[in-house]
Structures are given as C-alpha cells and as structure tokens.
Design a binder for this molecule. Structure first.
Ligand SMILES: Cc1ncc(COP(=O)(O)O)c(C=O)c1O
Length: 388
C-alpha cells in the first residue's frame, strides 16, 4: 500500500496528479460544478447531442420495449434487434458492406488491433495516436514501430525495412485527439499501396463532423480504398456511448471471431443503440448542427488569432492552446474556472513532455456570446500568465 502512496506523492510533486471533477448537471454548453454554472469548453459533445431530447426519448422507448440490460455477450444471447439495426444504419452511413458495434472506442481499438496483428506482423503507428491504439498494438505482440507525428518520410523508411513481415498495418487517428490536426491520408494511402499495407483509421473525432455529410475523413478527403479499416466512436459527436468498425462482411466476420474485446464482453444495452440510431438520423438528415459547429469554430479560431494566439486551421472542433509548462497550464485552467469557464489542463503522459496545453473544444451548442466571453477571459488570463 505504501508504494502506491509514494507513487501518488511523486505525481503530486511533478504536478501530474489527476483528480475527478463532479459534474452535477447534464452535459451541455454549460455544466454545474460545486453549485456553480460554468461554460464548458472541454467536452467531445461536438454537436450538443448528449442531452438532446430526441436521443433521450429513443432511449426511454427502447427501455420500455426491450428492458435495460442485454444479458450476455453478443455471441451468447445478447445480440438484440437494436444492435443489428444500428449496424445497418452505420454501414449505410459509412457506405460499407457491413459494420460491427463495440462497447467503447477504447475496447474497439484494443480488440481490433490485437486481432489484426500477431507476433509475425508489424504495426506502424503515429506517435500522437490515441492511447487505446498503442495499448492494442502492445497487446497484439506484433513488432511496433512508432513514427514521428505525420512524418511520411520516416514512415516510408520504416516500411522499406518491413517486407518480410506477414501483415503490415498502418494505424492512425484521422483527427488527432489532443492536437486537432488531420492525418495525411492521401500520402498514407500511397505508401500503403506501395508497400502493401492495411490502414486502420480511428475516426473518433471525425464521425459526424468531417465532410459535408459528416461521414468522416474519407468523405472530407474524397478517397476510398479497400485498404482502409475504419473505426469510430458513438461517444463524441454522436453524443452517446460505444464504437463501431465498418468494412466488408468478411472483415466484420473476422472481428466477430477474433476480437476478444468483442467476444468476451456483455453487449451494449439496447437503449444505447436506440439513441445512436437516432443520432445518426439527425446527422444524416439535418446539417444545421454541423453548420453551426463550423460557424462557431471559425468564429472562435478567428477570435483567438485576433487576440494574439497561434492557431492552426484544421477543420476540426479541437483547438490546442499550448502553454508547455505544467504548472502554468494548471494555473491557466484554475483561473479560467474561477472566471466561470471549465477547461481542463492536458498534461503528460496524455501529451508529450513540455507540451502541456488547454485542449479547447467548441460545440454547436455554444452561442456566440458564450464564445466571446471565453475569448476575452482566455486573453486576459493568457496575458496575466505571460502565455501571449
Ligand atoms: C482518437 C480516439 N480513439 C479512441 C478513443 C476512445 O473512445 P471511447 O471514449 O469511446 O472509449 C478516444 C477517446 O478519447 C479517442 O480520442
């Protein structure tokens, strides 16, 4: 027990101790913490669907009809109508032959990457990929080669040395979760063609957001290839919980048979699937939320630039504000909290050492006046701390 405490004390000393914050309200543009209402600038609820009445009604109706729990894993007796309906909706939305639902993005990456590669295979992973990708790669026991962020030259030189491996898998987030930038998918596909690789795409932050129909990065870049295996989550723009993979029927059958994180876990409650079906319907039939999100993003990025911050132009809802120093980042977050804004500090190991940041996320649920308020407070505190 003692050594646990020592480890925690050392985290505290380094400014890396993490604590849970209690949200007393539902999710939304504002949340309640310690009986105080704060503007929320750190949720992945990009379209404001977490508390949408249509999703709530869908869940309630599904509970009335199918009960709450699913009783077992999909392969035992937990495979219910709403799971399969959701998979049909996803396959149609993503224009693939088939789809499969997982219990979370973390589980999906762990299960699929470990199923795709064995010790005779090799995995190439962008250094900024999500932790679940790294964990899946480690679990697979394949040779793991991590290339510097978006560095295609390094990726190619690693690929050149990998011809003897049985299966070569390139894995990348399409939208990087802490930086908000896009993976160079054209270049990655060119290399995959040249060196005969599969490409596993994590669309967690792209689904529902990127592309004019919200279908994700492949729509945005207007590319298609049999080499792509696309996973995404239902937990971010979709406002719910769970994840999916989509592709050929053969690929889906492969995961049903090989992905342990699919096989050995209780299926999602049907109500979660019902809400996800409704969320896909909203995303498919109504682009007003996506347009509002785009407007808000432009407004916020412009506002930050006008106030002296350096901001990239990627079309994603994630805007990193680099502070670098851990203590200063924590101070920034605390002072914002005191000024009525909830914006968590992101520190190592989530991001590389020396790149601590505020990871701002903008949502369709924000009003312009909310964003204006945030911009002014961020500028004021940024100046006070010497960040601008
Ligand atoms: C890129 C990426 N992949 C996967 C996940 C995991 O998804 P989930 O939260 O649904 O487990 C996340 C979530 O933080 C993510 O950012």
């Amino acid at each position: 027990m003692h050594s646990f405490k020592e480890e925690l004390d050392s985290l505290k000393q380094d400014g890396l101790f993490r604590q849970l914050r209690l949200i007393e309200s539902s999710q939304g543009s504002h949340v309640s913490i310690n009986n105080q209402t704060l503007l929320n600038l750190c949720s992945n609820d990009y379209l404001g669907l977490c508390n949408d009445s249509r999703l709530k009604i869908a869940a309630i109706e599904a509970i009335k009809k199918y009960g709450f729990g699913s009783g077992a894993s999909r392969l035992v007796c937990g495979n219910m109508l709403l799971h399969e309906m959701l998979e049909e909706v996803i396959a149609e939305f993503k224009e693939t032959e088939s789809a499969l639902v997982f219990n979370s993005g973390y589980c999906a990456n762990l299960g699929m990457i470990a199923a795709l590669s064995t010790k005779d295979d090799i995995i190439f992973s962008d250094r900024f990929n999500h932790a679940s990708i790294l964990d899946g790669a480690i679990l697979s026991r394949a040779k793991l080669r991590r290339y510097p962020h978006k560095d295609m030259f390094s990726l190619e030189s690693l690929l050149k040395q990998a011809s003897l491996f049985k299966r070569r898998l390139i894995v990348t987030d399409t939208v990087f979760s802490m930086d908000g930038d896009l993976a160079p998918l054209y270049e990655i596909l060119n290399l995959a063609d040249k060196y005969d690789c599969f490409v596993f795409l994590d669309e967690a932050h792209a689904t529902g957001v990127l592309g004019s129909l919200g279908k994700g990065a492949l729509e945005y870049f207007n590319i298609k290839s049999e080499r792509f295996i696309q996973m995404g989550t239902l937990s971010k723009a979709l406002g719910g919980f769970g994840a999916y993979v989509c592709g050929s029927k053969t690929l889906i059958d492969y995961f049903i048979n090989k992905a342990r994180a699919f096989i050995y876990t209780t299926a999602l409650p049907p109500s979660v699937c019902a809400s996800a079906i409704t969320a896909f319907g909203i995303i498919k039939n109504d682009d007003s939320l996506r347009n509002k999100l785009r407007h808000n993003l432009q407004f916020f990025r412009d506002g930050l630039r006008e106030r002296g911050f350096k901001v990239l132009d990627d079309p994603t809802p994630i805007i990193p504000l680099l502070v670098n120093d851990i203590k200063k980042t924590m101070d920034f977050s605390r002072l914002l909290f005191e000024a009525g804004i909830f914006l968590q500090a992101i520190r190592p190991p989530t991001v590389p050492k020396g790149t601590s940041r505020l990871r701002i996320t903008v949502s369709a649920a924000h009003k312009e006046e909310d964003l204006e308020f945030a911009l002014d407070k961020i500028k004021m505190i940024g100046k006070q701390l010497g960040v601008i």
